[in-house]
Design a protein. Structure first.
Length: 137
């Protein structure tokens, strides 16, 4: 594997380790200042677009606050030149006790040794009721 591809593959691993630690500075260290993040949901065709380190950092911090147990279990990372793909299982419990558990993926664009774009996609699975979430634990 070429050196740059190996570095980019490791960047994806590092990114998701930081996501799962709920480490905003660690996540942002993987991204360019002009990062563009297209969230899985939102009013536009591309979801909800969040631009720049301050706004993207705040968006991730909100997810960690809203779902303190949220995690992304990565099943694969792939790098294709300036593009990357991470496949994962998203799990988190909302304040009402309902649980989200769904497969998803991120499409990335690299700029040098950092990510300049992240576009998230997640299965539109209904949340599990609080009682079912507790029973599954």
């Amino acid at each position: 594997m070429p050196e740059q591809q190996t570095k980019r593959q490791q960047l994806l691993v590092t990114l998701f380790e930081a996501f799962n630690r709920h480490d905003a500075n660690g996540v942002m260290a993987c991204m360019t200042d002009g990062i563009i993040f297209d969230a899985a949901g939102g009013p536009e065709m591309f979801g909800r677009r969040i631009v720049g380190t301050a706004e993207v950092k705040a968006a991730f911090e909100k997810v960690w606050t809203d779902m303190p147990d949220v995690s992304w279990t990565c099943t694969a990372h792939h790098v294709f030149g300036d593009r990357g793909l991470s496949e994962w299982i998203f799990r988190g419990t909302t304040a009402s006790g309902t649980r989200i558990e769904a497969e998803g993926c991120d499409l990335f664009t690299f700029s040098g040794d950092k990510l300049s774009r992240k576009s998230a996609f997640r299965k539109d699975r209904p949340p599990l009721p609080a009682s079912a979430a507790r029973a599954a634990s």
